[in-house]
Design a protein around this ligand. Sequence first.
Ligand SMILES: [Fe+2]
Ligand SMILES: [Fe+2]
Length: 144
Amino acid sequence: MDIYYSQLFRSDLLNENIVEAMKAERHDRVKYQRMMEMTTDPVIIKQIKFAYDDEIKHYVMFQQIYYQLTGKKIDIPIPTNIEKHNTLMEAVQSSIEGESEAVDLYREIYALMTDKQMRDKLFEIITDEQEHFGRFIYLYSMIK
Ligand SMILES: [Fe+2]
Ligand SMILES: [Fe+2]
């Protein structure tokens, strides 16, 4: 009985966390779009665009994983009321934190997974977020 309940809890938690991940991916893509509009510097835009392009790929990957786990296809609407930043610097700082939080959440998701192929997908996403983290640190040192 205990094992049954803990497995049930585990899969519920996994599904909930995947929905959170999809929301975060949607949010970040809108945020990075806005950040690219805050500058005309092609070097800065190029760095942000790496993350911008990856977040939609991640969104679709999580959507596929959720479908594999539940048989349900869900879609998160594109957020319109995301937080505003007065300067690009401020947005870059908050993105450093955001990417670091994404890595924490996705490590938790990884730990809840048992399927090898799913874990491989998560590993790819985690590696991408770590790369974004690095790119925002680079931007931080470049802008300040
Ligand atoms: Fe992402
Ligand atoms: Fe990211």
